[in-house]
Ligand binder design. Structure first.
Ligand code: G4P
Length: 531
């Protein structure tokens, strides 16, 4: 434990950071919300970029498009803006067909998440998966129930579904006054006031605020809707728990806001919740100790690697979350895994439409480090200390393909290519008995990108064929005898990951269950940490 007091200036800067991601099922309104949040932060130009990226994403995903998307996404995958004397870092999580392991890992680098729910659809598949990942670290979640200007489901029913499916308690903070065509605004339960909604108008002032739920002006203006609101509020006060900051910070309770992203309604409340309630950068675990964000020595970890636009240069950017200390250009750091020093110069930040050179960064900030293969996901950089941050996981892939070469003479190149792309985190690679390479991913686009990169960067023409694998589990054994017995009996179902760890490759959920039952002493892990 360090006994040095935290430098006050550093502490002050850290307290002002908010680093978060938006999680949503495709089409729930993540892009729209991102744009509106950026507008509040004054990054209007960048809001345009988000839209551009979205339309690129809708285009067919031939290689040019994939490349274009990757290029654009480098500059919009981290968006930093200032709001109310705070520095907010919004980390993008790709949500559509390019959904990949990156999405999961980005969530290990945030301190909070905003969950967008489409009020007509409720909790959808991708939301469930993303929330599971947030739960690994008990990340606090703010919920935005979007599209209230449409014909949507009953708010109580939506909350019940969130609680049932996602296993998180809902504490409504705002409540809708009418919905669909009759959506009139929201009642703020903590401030006891109604914020009125006018379609198509971007609410920015306090002019449309009506104080008090008993306010007769509400009866005069919204005679059809106000009765229901008062009934609902009475019910909430009886049945729903009040918002508790501690519960929220522990990831047990989520404050719920209703609104309409496209109309910029309810968005500012989300920003205020982030500033007022979401935590500043938190202490992070390493194998040996917890690193406090305001410790003077610089530390952090790589959570994502992105290949750059130009495949010929094999230039990549490592996205690095600062966990303590202060970044300054030209500083010397220790690359803990490699056991050597490196100089951090010209790191990038992503403040505006373009990448700019980062001048200064503290815990919670993300910097982009030019990388020619020396940095891998999960790598820790420090100012000398030998520690490694925990909790940047590999997730068990959900899709599998076997790699086959068109030209068998290229097997060395294939191996090298897959090894490097696997280390970079673009795909998971397993080697089976007999040397066959199996690829695992959580999103199909990962295969497309890897096939194209093998061709461009390694001159290997590989075909990926469907593989009869349902899921993978990392294994740990209580003793050598069990290991040997298991390996002998299960040889056909065993593989090794890129770091040589044993993995069980199940053909079906049933197959996995039977094997687990048969080998109660062997532990089957659905995730594995890097490093
Ligand atoms: P995503 O990033 O989560 O996929 O969602 P996105 O913001 O792109 O929103 C998906 C669709 O929902 C878009 O319509 C968007 O305009 C619409 N939308 C977002 N927020 C609201 C809202 O508060 N109310 C209503 N009524 N619609 C909303 P689209 O037709 O798919 O795209 P676009 O042509 O409008 O861009």
């Amino acid at each position: 434990m360090t006994t040095t007091p935290f430098p006050p200036e550093l502490l002050r800067d850290v307290e002002k950071r908010r680093t978060f991601a938006i999680i949503a099922h495709p089409d729930a309104g993540k892009t729209t919300l991102t744009e509106k949040l950026l507008l509040f932060g004054g990054a209007i130009q960048l809001a345009g970029t988000v839209k551009a990226r979205k339309s690129a994403r809708h285009a067919t995903s031939d290689w040019m498009e994939v490349e274009k998307q990757r290029g654009i996404s480098v500059s919009s995958s981290v968006m930093q803006f200032e709001y109310m004397d705070h520095t907010v870092n919004l980390l993008d999580t790709p949500g559509h067909e390019d959904f990949s392991e990156d999405t999961y890992r980005v969530l290990t680098a945030v301190d909070a998440a905003v969950m967008v729910i489409d009020a007509a659809k409720g909790v959808e598949a991708q939301t469930i998966k993303l929330l599971e990942v947030c739960r690994l670290r008990n990340t606090p979640i703010i919920t935005f129930v979007n599209k209230m200007d449409r014909e949507v489901r009953e708010p109580f029913e939506l909350l019940a579904e969130i609680e049932d499916v996602l296993k998180i308690t809902c504490a409504p903070v705002t409540w809708p006054l009418g919905m669909g065509k009759a959506f009139r605004g929201v009642y703020h339960l903590l401030q006891d006031q109604v914020l009125t909604f006018t379609p198509g108008e971007e609410r920015r002032s306090d002019a449309q605020v009506l104080k008090g739920i008993a306010n007769p002006e509400l009866d005069a203006r919204f005679p059809m809707e106000v009765g229901q609101l008062r009934e609902d509020v009475e019910l909430i006060e009886g049945a729903s728990p009040p918002f508790e900051l501690g519960e929220f910070l522990a990831g047990q309770q989520t404050p719920v806001f209703f609104g309409s992203g496209i109309n910029n309604f309810g968005v500012q409340e989300i920003l205020h919740a982030l500033i007022d309630w979401a935590p500043p950068p938190q202490a992070r675990d390493t194998g040996t100790r917890r690193v406090q964000p305001a410790e003077p020595a610089f530390t952090g970890f790589v959570f994502k690697i992105q290949a750059n636009m130009d495949p010929r240069h094999r230039d990549r950017i490592a996205f690095f979350r600062i966990c303590s200390g202060r970044y300054s250009s030209g500083m010397k750091v220790k690359h803990v895994r490699a056991g050597r020093d490196m100089k951090l110069a010209n790191a990038l930040t992503f403040m505006a439409n373009e990448r700019v050179i980062m001048e200064d960064g503290v815990a919670g900030d993300i910097i982009g480090i030019h990388n020619h293969g020396q940095l891998q996901i999960g790598d820790t950089l420090t100012e000398g200390e030998n520690i490694g941050f925990k909790g940047i996981p590999y997730f068990s892939p959900e899709l599998f393909r076997a790699a086959r070469l068109r030209d068998p003479l290229k097997s060395k190149q294939l191996q090298k290519g897959l090894q490097e792309l696997g280390e970079e985190g673009a795909i998971q690679v397993f080697e089976l008995e007999g040397g066959q390479m199996l690829l695992g991913a959580v999103g199909v686009l990962q295969f497309e990108i890897v096939a194209q990169r093998l061709k461009d960067e390694y001159k290997v023409d590989a075909i990926f064929e469907p593989a009869d694998i349902h899921t993978a589990r990392w294994l740990s054994f209580p003793d050598e005898v069990t290991r040997r017995n298991f390996e002998r009996e299960q040889a056909l179902r065993l593989g090794k990951d890129i770091d040589g760890n044993p993995v069980y490759l199940a053909t079906s959920r049933y197959n996995l269950e039977v094997t687990m039952e048969k080998w109660p002493k062997v532990t089957f892990h659905a995730t594995r940490e890097h490093g």
